[in-house]
Ligand binder design. Structure first.
Ligand code: 5GP
Ligand code: MG
Length: 181
């Protein structure tokens, strides 16, 4: 094989799945759609830490809306697999009542994290909720929540880079990498 970059994170081998340039071009497209869909409207973006911080920053800087952004911190993953239980590590401190909200997350696997975030927004009486995720694993997703803006559909393999970690490391890589083997 030629040209596929490999990196090691904590001794595990990862192979490039989505190069930096593709990511940036795709985020241009998602931002253009959001700018178009919400032109002239006020939107509050809710990023889900930690994984979404880089995607949220790159998406948000491309918006030309009257927009705010806030973050919550949720965790459902341990090592390389989903636990099915969502823990809230930093909570909600913004008044979101009657707001148009767009959730920004890095990746949807089983969908537990997304469901948790959506349910928490519903009880806060927001006007409407849309969802933007960079990566979706359709083979693993088991919820019915509509995901309005999807960067890429990917296989069920564990990925890291561009904000996503493997046991805390790899978030600084500018491309997305997939665990080998
Ligand atoms: P879910 O709750 O949908 O099963 O998992 C979603 C969360 O788990 C994501 O927000 C992300 O933080 C983490 N996650 C899911 N799949 C992966 C993956 O392949 N790599 C990494 N680094 N995190 C993942
Ligand atoms: Mg996440």
């Amino acid at each position: 094989m030629m040209g596929l970059k490999e990196v090691y994170i904590l001794g595990k081998k990862f192979r490039e799945l989505i190069p930096e340039q593709s990511l940036q071009e795709r985020i241009d497209e998602l931002a253009a759609r959001i700018n178009n869909d919400f032109a002239g409207r006020e939107v509050v973006f809710v990023g889900i830490l930690n994984g979404a911080f880089m995607f949220a920053a790159d998406l948000f800087r491309r918006l030309d809306l009257q927009a705010r952004i806030t973050f919550i911190k949720l965790a459902s993953y341990a090592g390389t697999s989903s636990t099915g239980t969502v823990r809230e590590l930093i909570g909600w401190n913004e008044d979101l009542k009657d707001k148009q909200v767009i959730i920004i997350d890095d990746i949807v696997d089983r969908g537990d994290t997304l469901e948790y975030a959506v349910n928490n927004l519903i009880i806060r009486n927001v006007t409407d909720i849309k969802v933007a995720v960079l990566l979706l694993k359709p083979g693993s997703y088991r919820k019915n929540i509509r995901i309005d803006y999807v960067g890429y559909e990917i296989p069920n393999d564990f990925v890291a880079g561009y904000g996503l970690d493997y046991n805390g490391f790899g978030r600084n890589l500018t491309s997305i990498y997939s665990l080998v083997g």
